[in-house]
Design a protein around this ligand. Structure first.
Ligand code: 9MR
Length: 748
């Protein structure tokens, strides 16, 4: 739900003095300079009912610069360490509140609200707690005594508490902690109940990191918190820490979706430990990326009334935890080492000014995973200018050769390779194709047999096909608008624009769409093209108006069409005459071969840098009660030493039949499928060199001809420095493991 901004008293009083109201509402007199200055963050944030805070230690208050900045800019504090278990109960039954008391006194003196942090955690616990073998009853008692004493001590003075901190691991399981090992998951519920008993007016939060957007962890938190709410457990909100990195892309749409689902439970969301670290050797660009992240977070906070606390993990870079923990990173806060304001501060301030003055036009982007489709629409984002800016769009691969019949694999990237992106500006689609070709052929009399790019657009019942031969503009067609295309001299980049006369702005439109890259190397028997590459599988009948995908013009206020405007073709599983002997069984030659092409780990560029890194294809078939498959995989380096199995080179298969559950099967290269709760039999057999996988999944009954499974398959690649690719055959945001964004596999 959107934050409704009520005019403040000051603004109301000044209404009518046109022009003046806005200015006076965001500035205040500065006694030092005797002139008006822009209001500090807290004064602005106050006007939209947002608390803006910082984490701190008592020692920091002795630094005059820290103290002054804190008092001037912030109205909320969180003790960074001094309320943690090890600090307040260093010996069993011996409580030391000296330092946190100082912080709470300070807060009261300066009209600041306090968030207590953190009652239950797995880090910074005292030795006596860590080193005892507790029984369930004893540890319950310890938990109860601790929470009752600490929350009781601050009853009426500390309004908010982080009751449980970081109880889930990154995969969405319960973190293996001393609490969990002895008490099981119930410790979470108990902690909230104890806190509520000690201070029924306290506002109680669950807090975690890597949980801001739609992740495995945030999903687990959501499910658990939903269960707590259903059981009437006194929990009032979820905090997401937001220890971010300046150059990582995290979409506001993903955070927005998470905020919305938490708020649908009737809970608030706090941004609890914000910092955005920059690589040491990143200069001005790093500061700008950082400012962009802070700006996005403040926009979300200003937009959603459920986000009523915005806390940074420190004030300035002088005392930040970041450089001590992340080698090569630092400068994560809004103020620098000397408490000077950074671009991030200005960005946050200007969002607040917009919000206070009624100039706040922001709406989060639409999360396409909401779309209930089996191939997501391609995401066209608004461009800030009428030209393509690579930072503002998503690049997609040309993934399937639709001239290949059943064999849809793309040729060797040394022969032809390409990617494409589309954005929009007002009523213009603005797109780009980047192409590397070993040989450019443009002398064929049949225009479509030349090296070219084709763009397919459908609006309602009408469709148009725009073709541009390499080096030439679009050929004229009866399109009621202007369409132009321009090639770079070397034929590697094609920039195009298609203006839609009947629209003023394309924002929010979902249109039928496809795009194709043709390659002729003059080496086929017929002299015709050997490849026409599309981002979707199909039979190359786009020119007949068929097999379109969708393009969604994402942007403010945009909502993707609830009914798909075009339905792209599904993937197919061949009917096998018998159980194949293995991956080499000749019958596979008759199957459909699909490429792994979309890197869902990179939401800005879903293409693979080079086929030499990783490439692969898959074929599915069915016989009797079994679903069989073959995967071919070429990888320059097989890595299977990561601790987390999903981080290893692996194949994941996602299958859901009818109304049944979705099952995920993972096979790390060289190994059988990992155990899962699936009741049927399965096998995964790898060739010795890891280049081929043959697998089978037993179904409870045979697949019927024409039956569609909800399906996905992914190829992960890690070369030893973290997973770089998880390649699927469709675009998406890598949440198939949640049963979302599944595509379709049809049994022949
Ligand atoms: O910033 C805190 C740092 O000073 C401590 O050494 C560290 C101990 O693990 O905890 C830091 O704060 C953490 C917070 O309590 C919970 N979320 C993650 C924070 C950063 O590690």
């Amino acid at each position: 739900m959107k934050r409704v901004l009520l005019p403040t008293l000051a603004a109301t009083a000044l209404l009518g003095c046109s022009g003046q109201a806005q200015q006076l509402d965001t500035t205040q007199a500065d006694p030092q300079s005797n002139s008006d200055v822009v209001m500090p963050l807290k004064t602005l944030a106050d006007q939209i009912n947002l608390a803006i805070g910082a984490a701190l230690e008592t020692g920091h208050l002795e630094d005059p610069q820290f103290r002054e900045t804190l008092i001037r800019e912030f109205n909320q504090i969180t003790p960074e360490n001094e309320m943690k278990f090890g600090y307040v109960q260093p010996q069993r039954g011996v409580f030391d509140f000296e330092k946190p008391d100082q912080l709470v006194d300070f807060a009261e003196e300066h009209d600041m609200v306090v968030k207590g942090h953190a009652l239950v955690w797995h880090i910074q616990n005292p030795k006596w707690l860590e080193e005892t073998e507790w029984t369930k009853d004893e540890l319950t008692k310890v938990l109860e005594e601790h929470i009752h004493t600490v929350v009781g001590h601050y009853k009426g003075r500390v309004l908010y508490w982080d009751v449980v901190n970081e109880a889930f691991d990154d995969q969405g399981g319960f973190r293996d902690t001393l609490w969990y090992r002895t008490l099981g998951e119930d410790y979470i519920e108990m902690a909230f109940r104890f806190a509520h008993e000690a201070d029924p007016d306290a506002i109680l939060f669950y807090n975690d990191y890597s949980s801001e957007g739609m992740t495995a962890k945030s999903n687990a938190i959501y499910r658990h918190v939903e269960m707590l709410v259903e059981r009437g457990v006194p929990i009032h909100g979820v905090g997401t820490q937001l220890h971010l990195t300046a150059d990582n892309s995290i979409a506001d749409s993903s955070i927005a979706r998470n905020i919305e689902r938490i708020s649908d439970l009737g809970l608030d969301m706090h941004f609890t430990e914000i910092d955005v670290r920059i690589r040491d050797n990143d200069g001005a660009m790093g500061l700008q990326d950082q400012a962009d992240k802070y700006e996005m977070l403040m926009k979300l906070a200003a937009y959603y009334p459920e986000v009523d606390m915005f806390t940074t993990w420190g004030i300035g870079d002088r005392y930040s935890w970041v450089p001590h923990w992340f080698n090569g990173y630092g400068r994560a806060l809004m103020f620098d080492e000397n408490f000077q304001e950074k671009p991030a501060y200005d960005a946050v301030q200007s969002v607040l000014i917009d919000a206070v003055t009624g100039n706040f036009a922001y709406e989060p982007m639409t999360d396409l995973s909401n779309a209930q489709r089996y191939v997501l629409p391609f995401n066209a984002k608004p461009l800030s200018q009428a030209r393509l800016n690579a930072d503002e769009v998503v690049f997609y691969p040309f993934a399937f050769n639709q001239l290949g019949g059943k064999d849809q694999r793309v040729p060797d990237t040394n022969v032809i390779d390409g990617k494409w992106a589309v954005g929009y500006h007002n009523n213009k689609l603005i797109g780009q194709v980047i192409r590397q070709d070993s040989k450019t052929v443009v002398n064929k009399s049949e225009s479509h047999e030349n090296d070219n790019v084709e763009v397919f657009v459908r609006l309602g019942e009408q469709f148009w096909q725009f073709r541009s031969i390499v080096g030439q503009d679009f050929a004229p067609i009866g399109f009621p608008g202007k369409a132009t295309g321009k090639w770079s001299k070397d034929g590697t980049t094609f920039d195009f624009e298609i203006a839609f006369n009947e629209f003023e702005d394309l924002v929010g439109e979902t249109i039928g769409f496809n795009i194709a890259l043709s390659d002729n190397d003059g080496d086929t028997a017929t002299g015709n093209r050997h490849a026409q590459l599309y981002p979707l599988t199909g039979t190359n009948i786009g020119w007949q108006g068929e097999e379109f995908g969708e393009l969604f013009m994402n942007g403010q206020n945009a909502v993707v069409s609830t009914i798909p405007v075009s339905t792209p073709p599904a993937f197919k599983a061949m009917k096998l005459s018998a159980k194949p002997a293995g991956a080499d069984s000749s019958e596979w030659q008759q199957g459909y071969r699909y490429t792994f092409a979309f890197n869902q780990l990179n939401q800005r560029d879903m293409t693979v840098d080079s086929q030499d890194d990783i490439s692969g294809d898959w074929t599915m078939g069915h016989h009797g009660n079994w679903l069989y498959g073959v995967v071919n995989r070429q990888d320059d380096k097989t890595f299977t030493d990561a601790q987390e199995s999903y981080e290893n080179d692996n194949i994941e298969i996602f299958v859901q039949r009818g109304e049944g559950d979705m099952y995920q099967f993972r096979t790390v290269v060289g190994e059988d499928f990992e155990p899962s709760r699936y009741s049927g039999e399965t096998f995964a057999q790898w060739s010795a060199d890891g280049s081929q996988l043959f697998f089978g999944i037993e179904m409870s009954e045979p697949l019927k001809s024409g039956e569609a499974l909800r399906w996905n398959i992914a190829l992960s690649d890690n070369d030893g420095e973290g997973r770089k690719y998880q390649l699927y055959s469709v675009p998406g945001s890598n949440i198939s493991y949640l049963g979302e964004e599944l595509t379709k596999l049809i049994a022949e």
